[in-house]
Each structure stands twice: as C-alpha cells, then as structure tokens.
Design a protein around this ligand. Structure first.
Ligand code: HPA
Ligand code: ZN
Length: 326
C-alpha cells in the first residue's frame, strides 16, 4: 500500500474546519446568483487568482467578503452539505465544525437561519453518509467582549446543538485574555472551550489560552515550539493541537512545507492532529493536508497512523466512540 492509499483508507476525524472556509467558488457563484448578490469576480478563475495571501489578515478580508452571499437557511445547508460530501470522499467519519455567527448576524442574518441550516446538514450527514459531527461556535476576536457576550446569549436556545465555543479571526493584538470573562461564562454554562492561539501570535497567547481560558484544545499552536517550558506543559497535559499544514503554508506561517514543525511536535510527544482549516481557500481538504506533509516531511506509515489516531483521541466524543475508531 502506498502512503497515499494508507491516508485514503484510514478513518479520520477533522477538528479544525471553518464552515465559511469550505465555500468553493462554484457554490459561491450559484448562491450569489440565486440571492441576487453581486460578487467582485467575473468567473471562477478570477476568484482563484484572488486567493494569494501573505498573512492571516489578507486571507480574512477575502473570507469575510465571500461569506456575504450567504443569506437563507438553504444557503447554510448547501454549504455544509458540500463539505460533508468532501468528508465522505476523504474518509473523514467525524468532524467538529466551526461557525462564525457574528459574520452573519452583523449583516442582519438571524442566528436561527445559520444554525438551523447547518444542523439540518449535520442530521443528513449522519443519516445519509454515516458521518457524525459537532458544531463549535467561534467568537470573532477582532470584535469586542460585549459583542461576544451578546453572541453567547443568542446561542443559549441552541445550546444542545453546540458542543463548544472557540475564538478565531485576527490574532495579533487580540490576546485570549480579552475574552476571559466570556469563556468563564461559557464554561459555567457547560460548553467545552477551544481557541486559536500560536498561529501568528506568540507563545504567550498559548499560555493565556491554557491558563486564562482553560481550553480543552488549542487550534494551530505551532508557535508553541518557541517556548520549551510551554512544550513541556502541552506534552504533560496531553493537550491537543489542531494543526493545519496547508493553511500555515498559504498564510506564510511557514515558508516551505519541508520546514513545517508538525513532525517535530509529534516526535516530541505533542498530541498533534491534521486539519484543513479553510480548505476552499488553502488548496485542499484533510487528505490533501496529509499527503502534502507525508511527502514534504517523509512521514512514516506509523506517523501517519498516529496522526489519524490522535484525531479521535482529541475529539469531543465518548470513550466508546474513540475505542471504536482506534
Ligand atoms: N485563523 C484565525 N481565524 C480564522 C482562521 C484561521 O486560520 N480561519 C478562519 N478564521
Ligand atoms: Zn482556523
């Protein structure tokens, strides 16, 4: 069996994907047309040509613009359903999906429209494709603490459909501690908590995610390697890092995939996983992330199997479900 065949055959969980980041240009055009919304591109090639990023912010500007065409419940359903079809093709059997309600509610789209569309697709993924899923509601960290509190309030009627809260968007200048009180409230309400930290931000942001937000997982976290004490902490706590290799390359967090630190982190005993982040923008879904690092870093079959096992180990699923896939 070749490495790529092994990657294709292994059951995997995805733990770091933004549903708005799975918006393929073809679907974006179709939804823009049926909603009568103008987009600043003439055709698919023009869209793809615009996807040249030099840092996180240059991506976020285009990502938020793309999400503007999403208006109806059916739009959110179609977006999520298209992603689930990609999961099926990649043998992703469980996925934990971020959604950014503020990206939509700030445009006048109701919270209910967003979550009802996503939930209907999650239900169909289970019944038609056998894929299990959870939703993670992510706060936009460039917005205020007050706005995050208002979003948490809006989520309460849907709490049973939301496993965790997260923190994404522009990292630099918006440390996790800005949201200490919102996360404390979310934990008190019974949500699990995760946060993007150490993607562009320094190791101090990862410390804050651990000690102030008390996260159950770190999203990205690759800059933790710069702090030996932090590395010891992550290893001792078996703290999962949801690493996104193609994202790191496209956003210039690393300059060359051969330099990516995921294999070093794995060898040192950090519980790293492989994820796609925003696959429509970064050039590939879960298996493309695996095959790209397998080739660039010469991963062994055992390392590939460990990464897939880590995805279930790190998932918000029962011990029985972990056992089933491991
Ligand atoms: N980082 C921060 N915010 C995001 C990302 C990311 O990689 N993707 C979508 N929102
Ligand atoms: Zn992300």
């Amino acid at each position: 069996m070749t490495q790529n065949e092994l990657i294709q055959a292994l059951p995997k969980a995805e733990l770091h994907v933004h549903i708005e980041g799975t918006f393929e240009p073809e679907l974006m055009f179709a939804i823009a047309q049926r909603n009568g919304v103008a987009i600043p591109y003439q055709n698919i090639d023009e869209v793809k040509a615009a996807y040249q990023f030099h840092n996180l912010q240059s991506f976020l500007d285009i990502y938020y613009a793309g999400a503007n065409v999403l208006l109806q419940q059916q739009d959110f359903y179609d977006l999520a359903w298209a992603y689930f079809e990609r999961c099926a093709a990649d043998r992703v059997v469980h996925t934990e999906i971020f959604f950014d309600p503020q990206t939509h509610t700030d445009r006048g789209v109701a919270f209910a429209t967003v979550i009802n569309g996503l939930q209907a697709a999650c239900d169909d993924a289970k019944s038609k494709l056998g894929i299990s899923s959870h939703l993670i509601m992510s706060f936009l960290r460039h917005l205020s603490e007050e706005a995050a509190f208002a979003t948490l309030e809006q989520a309460l009627p849907y709490q049973s459909q939301i496993i965790a809260v997260g923190l994404d968007s522009s990292e630099l200048g918006h440390p996790p501690s800005k949201f200490a009180r919102v996360f404390a409230k979310a934990r008190e309400l019974g949500f699990l908590v995760v946060a993007h930290a150490g993607e562009e931000g320094p190791p101090e942001y990862v410390w804050e995610a651990l000690d102030v937000l008390k996260v159950n997982r770190i999203d990205h976290g690759v800059r933790a390697e710069e702090d030996a004490h932090l590395m010891q902490r992550l290893i001792a706590d078996k703290m999962p890092l949801t690493v996104c290799p193609l994202s790191n390359l496209k956003l210039c967090v690393v300059n060359d995939m051969a330099q990516h630190n995921i294999q070093r982190l794995l060898k040192q005993g950090v519980q790293v996983t492989v994820n796609s982040d925003d696959p429509a923008y970064f050039g590939g879904y879960v298996n493309a992330n695996f095959t790209t690092i397998a080739e660039a870093l010469q991963l062994s079959a055992d390392e590939i199997k460990q990464l897939a096992a880590n995805s279930f180990e790190s998932a918000f699923i029962s011990a029985e479900d972990k056992q089933y896939w491991l």
